[in-house]
Design a protein around this ligand. Structure first.
Ligand SMILES: *Cc1c(COP(=O)(O)O)cnc(C)c1O
Length: 255
């Protein structure tokens, strides 16, 4: 059924088979405004919007919302807990690209390795080792980002930048895990200058480690920026932004 919400709705999902009330849904509108905003931010800093990949972080949100976002054109989704990621990955359509964005534990790697496409939060060699072991058994290739602590807050995970060389050197020889860049989370603060300095730092860490690039270790991607700070992240060079609440609304656990 065509979008009937507004006579002038040009949403790309127009005409798809929606239930009546999800046609041109709030989620589809949010995605449209975010894409428009990304184009504006890119225009303001001379970047090509095609360089920015949007990962929709779906934690706490039910599968019908994910399908709505997919219907509205998104194809990459992320979760921050393995327990929530795995059932969603296993039940939702197989063309979805899945990103694990939350803290990794060695004993959880085996639960997601059969399906996850990207892991953003690798911060230790032992996770690379376990991932290689599990992925080789089923002959899959998992793409990872190395998470670096850019906020100096102990509770935030990520390696210290001084540990990066050893991690990247270890990754060079892996066959079933490839490194594509770095991930960082800024402090939760209203101080936007501080957030900008932290994103700048991640980009500089990337630039300073380019000599560690090999066939299997590439540092092209910078996963940084969430709903509250993705504009700054794009200005500072993000290639992947991870957005939850600005697409799906506030999570009940945040209220
Ligand atoms: C929840 C989460 C996000 C998205 O957060 P929002 O502020 O809702 O956009 C991004 N990255 C990680 C690692 C998360 O856990």
């Amino acid at each position: 059924m065509a979008c009937s919400r507004k006579p002038n709705c040009h949403h790309p999902s127009r005409g798809f088979h929606f239930k009546q009330n999800s046609s041109c849904s709030v989620i589809a509108q949010n995605i449209d405004s975010i894409k428009q905003r990304i184009r504006e931010i890119c225009a303001g800093c001379g970047r090509n919007p095609d360089e920015i990949r949007l990962v929709a972080v779906t934690k706490t949100h039910p599968e019908d919302k994910i399908l709505e976002a997919r219907q509205a054109g998104l194809s990459e989704f992320g979760e921050n807990r393995v327990q929530e990621l795995v059932p969603k990955m296993d039940r939702l359509p197989s063309d979805i690209v899945w990103h694990m964005v939350g803290t990794v534990q060695t004993n959880k790697i085996k639960d997601m390795v059969h399906r996850v496409d990207w892991i953003h939060s690798i911060s230790k060699i032992k996770y690379l080792r376990e991932l290689e072991k599990r992925a080789s058994r089923i002959d899959r290739l998992i793409r990872v980002l190395i998470q670096v602590n850019i906020s100096d807050e102990d509770q935030k995970s990520g390696c210290n930048v001084r540990e990066l060389p050893a991690i990247l050197e270890y990754a060079a020889d892996l066959k079933h895990v490839s490194v594509h860049g770095l991930m960082g989370m800024a402090s939760f603060t209203d101080d936007r200058d501080l957030v900008r300095r932290q994103f700048t730092a991640l980009r500089q860490y990337r630039d300073e480690h380019l000599s560690y690039e090999t066939d299997n270790v590439q540092l092209r991607e910078l996963s940084m920026g969430m709903s509250g700070d993705y504009d700054i992240a794009i200005e500072e060079g993000a290639t992947i932004i991870r957005l939850g609440s600005t697409i799906f609304g506030t999570r009940s656990s945040d209220q």
